[in-house]
Design a protein around this ligand. Structure first.
Ligand code: PXP
Length: 240
């Protein structure tokens, strides 16, 4: 069974827009879990633009499924992860000026740094996933860095326009998943997945987990979070 990991960052984005208490991302995490999410994802960014340290601490207390901390491979975030002890860390590249994560990690160029980070996490039984583009060299490097999992970046597929481009981007993802499975890595996929494009990706048998945030939070504004999570699960499990 594939797992749906729900990213609740944008509840914090809405809360922070007014600087108050609502909506609380902690409540969102609990509703997402009650509605069938297999994990909760949050990204603690260097600038704390959405999730704050307080959110992460409380999420660690209340999440009953699996907490996936998305983070940059910095000393500060490594220290926080080792203290908070999420079940999983997903390492992403981070740029201050970006609206959201813009691409996969360059694992090849940062192999030794990521290897040392993975070792620190492994000592504490924290699994490590590296967010990579659908590229064999990066996946192979993730294996060499000691990652347990790769999360394949689906952003280019999500942004593809027209059948040809869509098919080309989809094939890249499929080939990358097959290669990662041959390497013995666990496989997640995410970024830009929504109620239209998730079905096709979720048919890729090697993918064990999907990480979805923005589209679920957006739909939740109209139908409620519980319905939004359940509708995404219906897509993932359709014809299963
Ligand atoms: N996976 C990773 C590594 C991400 O950085 C993000 C965005 O925070 C997501 C998945 C979720 O992307 P989206 O919000 O577009 O569903």
């Amino acid at each position: 069974m594939k797992i749906l990991n729900v990213n609740i960052d944008h509840y914090a984005t809405i809360r922070n827009a007014r600087g108050g208490k609502e909506p609380d991302p902690i409540a969102a995490a609990m509703i997402a879990e009650l509605s069938g999410a297999g994990g909760i994802v949050c990204h603690l960014r260097e600038d704390r633009r959405h999730i704050k340290d307080r959110d992460l601490e409380l999420l660690r207390e209340v999440v009953q499924t699996r907490l996936d901390l998305e983070m940059a491979a910095t000393e500060e975030m490594t220290g926080i992860a080792l203290k908070i002890q999420p079940e999983l860390v997903t390492i992403v590249p981070e740029k201050r000026e970006e609206l959201t994560t813009e691409g996969g990690l360059d694992v090849v160029s940062n192999l030794y740094h990521l290897k040392s980070l993975s070792e620190k996490m492994r000592e504490q039984d924290i699994e490590v996933s590296l967010f990579v583009d659908p590229n064999k060299k990066q996946i192979e490097a993730a294996l060499n860095a000691g990652a347990d999992m790769v999360e394949i970046h689906t952003g280019e597929y999500a942004n593809a326009i027209g059948e040809k481009e869509l098919e080309r981007e989809f094939k890249k993802i499929k080939n990358a998943c097959e290669f990662a499975a041959e390497c013995g890595l666990k496989i997640a996929a995410g970024h830009g997945l929504n109620y239209v494009n998730t079905y096709k990706v979720s048919r890729i048998k090697e993918i064990g987990e999907l990480s979805i945030g923005h589209s679920i939070v957006s739909r939740a504004a109209f139908v409620g979070l519980s319905n939004a999570v359940k509708e995404m699960l219906e897509i993932i499990y359709r014809n299963y």
